[in-house]
Design a protein around this ligand. Structure first.
Ligand code: ADP
Ligand code: MG
Ligand code: ZN
Length: 625
């Protein structure tokens, strides 16, 4: 590209130099100059034979036949003198010749035009060459040398795997299916949240099917120039048709397949529409006997143009969701093959403790754990490394160098102790796993609950408990330190969100009744349900009920903590010392504080003090006398 510009620049410079030289030469190509007074003198001396006037320019020939040129400031006066001497005069108007005029105007334009044309031609030729290579370059063939990804590398999503295996079988033995007149879908759309293994699954098919596999990303078709994307799509299918049976894979298809008003962008809209149209046309253009299967993946099925889902295009849709416990265990096992894990580690336990993790996050978990173990020069990865890795993924990296003021630490300790005590107090809540005031990532402190089961449906009571637990942080700060801080921001937001959904979406409020007023979350599988219209009165009721719900929960948390105030103080002060506590340690502190309370009534006995020594803070326990 730069070379092209350079060439163009060179042409332009040469042209300008040539032009300037021509002009200069023309100007120079006149007779030698003569001063005007010298001219007048020779006129007086009768040495001038002939004069030629052109505007103010004077060319003259003297009696010896020499030619000179000069310039007259006052032609009128000169004419008088000349006619007195009876000298032959010829004159012409001072206009440059039409040829030169034309040249002056056209030459620069011509230079620019020719240069630009050359530039464009070269560019176009190069682009054409690239386009031709575009589709060819994207084909993946496995020839046995490189180890392909297989279905064994994909775990935890058995249903999706089965469906795709069927398609691979079809490509391997098309006769078996066509014998009975069956035809497999033309297009298969893999949809699901990021990291669930869609791309991985597609790669596995490439490895298993043993047919050419064209792999693209949606963004390959999004170019600055209108029409490029569309022509690439046509190229791609032309190439694919030459190599049937084959698979065409378009990852992140939402880059081209978004319906027109989904992406509020102004430019590029036309281009995207054209590319999408080309894709639709091409998919209609090959028949089912062509044995081309178009595979596509997206995280955003909700924004896809509905035309893509029409029968005959992506008529088979496979939804991949984050794995359940069993799936998580399988995925961890797949990724554990590459690392050394201590025999004492219970992978099932890790799977149980990672609800909501996607395949990508689990792969990351195993890798992080391996990194942590390697840093400590361990022989194998221990359970502790997995825990550390999980914290790191969930809450970010431990901020070791981060200095927090004493007051902030105390606030955090009370806040987290509040969450923990409320959790402990509510029988239906998920048990505490860990409380910490070590800041990680964005979160300051953190109280981790162990999720026992993957829940699909939540009861009203469970949700109320959740809000109560969230309120526990703020209530504890109020009771223990008599303050309100910004630390509760996240808790309040989440509590309000849950409460709003309970009232507006899940029909869990008597006054609003079993009606759904808000559309569900945008994002994955978020349907474009219309926002229901509700009256002012209903709106006011919703506001009131949400507030009442959250406030009731706050009062409940407050009451619990008020009742357990001694425990709260003890737990918070211990947290300040140890920074992290697990469930067992929390229980010891609970007993310790019970003893302490009993002791306050009477004198503490030797044994009480001994008991208190068992508390993790040891003799630093602030309640020891
Ligand atoms: P997606 O395309 O759905 O966003 P990827 O397929 O790119 O996700 O997954 C990223 C990585 O996560 C994969 O390379 C793989 O290591 C891991 N992974 C995701 N899902 C699975 C799974 N089901 N089984 C094994 N590994 C998985
Ligand atoms: Mg992907
Ligand atoms: Zn909190």
């Amino acid at each position: 590209m730069t070379r092209l510009f350079y060439t163009f620049f060179l042409i332009a410079v040469l042209g300008v130099i040539g032009f300037a030289t021509a002009l200069f030469w023309r100007m120079e190509n006149t007779s030698p100059p003569l001063k005007y007074d010298e001219f007048l003198t020779s006129l007086e001396n009768n040495e001038v034979a002939e004069v030629h006037l052109k505007g103010g320019n004077i060319s003259l020939t003297d009696i010896y036949g020499r030619e000179f040129s000069t310039f007259s400031p006052d032609v009128g006066e000169l004419m008088g003198k000349l006619s007195k001497k009876k000298i032959a005069i010829t004159a012409e108007e001072n206009h440059p010749s039409p040829f030169w005029t034309l040249l002056t105007v056209t030459l620069p334009i011509a230079i620019i035009l020719i240069g630009g044309l050359v530039l464009m031609q070269t560019q176009r030729r190069r682009e054409a060459e690239e386009e031709q290579k575009f589709a060819k370059n994207k084909v993946i063939r496995f020839d046995g040398n490189n180890k392909p990804i297989t279905f064994d590398d994909v775990a935890g999503i058995p249903e999706a795997k089965e469906e795709l295996k069927e398609i691979v079988n079809f490509l391997k033995e098309p006769k078996k299916f066509s014998r009975l007149g069956a035809s497999l879908p033309k297009g298969v759309l893999l949809q699901g949240p990021p990291g669930t293994g869609k791309t991985l699954l597609a790669k596995a098919i490439a490895g298993e099917a043993g047919v050419p596999f064209y792999s693209f990303s949606g963004s390959d078709f999004v170019e600055m120039f209108v029409g490029v994307g569309a022509s690439r799509v046509r190229d791609l299918f032309r190439e694919a048709k030459k190599n049937t049976p084959c698979i065409v894979f378009i990852d992140e298809i939402d880059a081209v397949g978004a319906h027109r008003n989904a992406t509020g962008s102004v430019g590029g809209q036309d281009e995207r529409g054209q590319t999408l149209n080309a894709l639709l046309v091409e998919m209609d253009g090959f028949s089912r006997d062509d044995t081309i299967i178009v595979l596509a993946a997206t995280n955003r099925p909700d924004i896809l143009d509905p035309a893509l889902r029409r029968p005959g295009r992506f008529d088979r849709q496979i939804t991949i969701l984050p794995p359940d416990v069993k799936g998580r265990l399988n995925i961890i096992q797949v990724h554990s093959k590459r690392v050394t894990i201590s025999e004492r580690v219970d992978l099932a336990e890790i799977a149980k403790n990672t609800p909501g993790f996607t395949g990508a996050e689990l792969a990351n978990l195993v890798n992080e754990a391996a990194l942590i173990a390697a840093r400590e020069n361990k022989e194998a990865i221990e359970a502790k490394d997995f825990n550390e890795a999980k914290d790191r993924i969930l809450i970010g990296i431990e901020r070791k160098g981060f200095v927090i003021s004493k007051d902030d630490r105390r606030t955090m300790a009370y806040h987290e102790a509040g969450h923990a005590i409320v959790t402990r107090h509510l029988p239906g809540a998920d048990p505490i796993q860990k409380i910490t005031i070590i800041p990680r990532g964005r979160a300051m402190g953190h109280t981790l609950q162990q999720t026992l089961v993957d829940r699909q449906a939540y009861t009203k009571e469970y949700l109320q408990d959740r809000i109560t637990i969230l309120m526990g942080g703020r209530a504890a700060e109020k009771i223990g330190l008599n303050q309100q801080t910004t630390g509760a921001e996240d808790d309040l937001l989440r509590a309000t969100q849950i409460a709003t959904k309970m009232v507006c979406q899940w029909g869990m409020n008597e006054i609003i009744g079993p009606l759904a007023y808000a559309k569900s979350d945008e994002g994955f599988l978020g349907d474009q349900a219309n926002q229901l219209i509700y009256s002012e009165t209903t709106a006011r009721h919703i506001d009131m009920e949400v507030r009442k719900l959250v406030e009731d929960c706050y009062q409940r948390a407050y009451a619990i903590l008020q009742q357990e105030k001694a425990f709260l103080t003890h737990l918070a002060e211990t947290l300040l010392q140890t920074e992290t506590l697990d469930r067992e340690e929390m229980e010891i502190i609970f007993e310790c504080s019970q003893k302490k309370q009993a002791a306050e009534a009477t004198e503490p006995s030797e044994e009480d003090i001994h008991q208190c020594m068992a508390c993790p803070t040891g003799n630093q326990c602030p309640h020891l006398p």
